[in-house]
Design a protein around this ligand. Structure first.
Ligand code: F6R
Length: 364
């Protein structure tokens, strides 16, 4: 049932405020500023290292989580693609917690990576959408994301719920390790609680994004740029676009632009820049100006202050509401998803069942 939407993907994008509220409610009890984990939980105070492993969109959720765990909880983090991790047979030093992220909980490479860690990691934790799945069952601790059934092949609501659960876990880690003051913890918790509402505002950019997508749909190649927490999101935006619109898209950390990809820039190559006005904003803007100086067409996704400061001369701009820095990637996932969705609709591709793709990849 598409609940009045044209595609499951549109329905699942629109459901995000509700499912996020549900995910947050499960981990953040309403009456206190603390994190509650199911079962025996997990104490991060003695954890030496985190290894995060996943595929595809779930891998980008892990890349985002690396910034959170390192910056907020000061835990060294390694992130790997499951198909690489499992055959590289990496050593896992004592004190390693291995964490697997998977919507389906059945992805063959992720499951094999988990089995490799059995007996080598201190704890095996998973962040899953399907609580009865193999990955959930074979973990010491399974953390459900409460996104509900996801039907569209391109993952949307599972991604933002994965991010929310991973951020909550990073906050728990920061608190366990004494790396965060109670005030900072409650600031982050309020930012998370405010997110479903902000996400509704982000969804209101739908018409604007549809118009932008109309223009994007004639491109052959698209480049996505972001820094810090926006870099994994740039990767996710590019993946979504190529999966469902079949437009070739790539993402780079903004600072990498001059190390090669700037050679691609001309008036035919739209560049999507995701950059809320945060501490790294000016650096991203200078990369964006390098693109514009070479006739590159920039689509800037930012908040009102960011658009006021740097929106001059850009090709298209998309406004997002102001948001606390740590939760920004969860919010900015919405325009990335809508951009891919509307571009695919404009091109007339099969949004829910893109060619050559399966919802659950249970073979290597
Ligand atoms: C992209 C997408 C895939 C999955 C990947 C992992 O939109 O859906 O990249 O994220 O196949 O799947 P799960 O999360 O089920 O392990």
């Amino acid at each position: 049932d598409k609940a009045g939407h044209r595609h499951f993907m549109a329905k699942e994008i629109a459901e995000q405020p509700a499912v996020l509220a549900e995910a947050i409610r499960h981990y953040l009890p309403a009456d206190e500023d603390a994190v509650r984990l199911p079962g025996a939980g997990l104490d991060f105070s003695g954890v030496q290292r985190l290894t995060l492993v996943a595929c595809g969109t779930a891998y980008y959720a892990c890349l985002t989580a690396k910034y959170w765990f390192e910056k907020l909880a000061r835990i060294p983090v390694e992130v790997d693609i499951a198909s690489e991790f499992r055959y590289r047979e990496p050593p896992l030093p004592a004190g390693t917690v291995a964490l697997f992220v998977s919507q389906s909980g059945e992805t063959a490479d992720t499951l094999a990576a988990l089995r490799y860690c059995r007996g080598k990691a201190d704890r095996i934790v998973s962040v899953v959408n399907v609580p009865e799945s193999s990955i959930a069952r074979e973990s010491d601790l399974a953390l459900p994301i409460h996104a509900g059934v996801e039907i569209g092949v391109a993952s949307t609501k599972a991604f933002t719920c994965q991010l929310a659960v991973l951020l909550i876990l990073a906050l728990k880690a920061a608190a366990d390790r004494g790396e965060m003051t109670p005030e900072a913890l409650s600031d982050h918790i309020s930012a998370l609680r405010g997110l479903p509402h902000l996400m509704n505002t982000a969804l209101e950019a739908d018409d604007e994004i549809r118009d932008a997508a109309q223009q994007l749909s004639s491109a052959r190649d698209v480049l996505f740029l972001g820094r810090g927490l926006m870099f994994p999101l740039a990767l996710e935006g590019a993946l979504k676009l190529k999966e469902i619109s079949y437009i070739h898209a790539e993402a780079y950390a903004s600072g990498e632009l001059k190390h090669g990809p700037i050679a691609l820039i001309d008036s035919m190559m739209p560049v999507v820049v995701m950059a809320p006005k945060d501490a790294l904003f000016d650096k991203t803007v200078s990369n964006m100006q390098e693109v514009m100086a070479r006739e590159g067409k920039v689509m800037l996704i930012s908040n009102p202050a960011g658009l006021a400061a740097a929106g001059d001369g850009v090709w298209l701009s998309i406004a997002m509401p102001d948001v606390q820095d740590a939760v920004a990637p969860i919010l900015y996932a919405v325009p990335a998803q809508l951009l891919a969705y509307h571009t695919a609709v404009a091109k007339g591709t099969d949004v829910d069942q893109p060619r050559n793709l399966a919802k659950s990849v249970t073979v290597e």
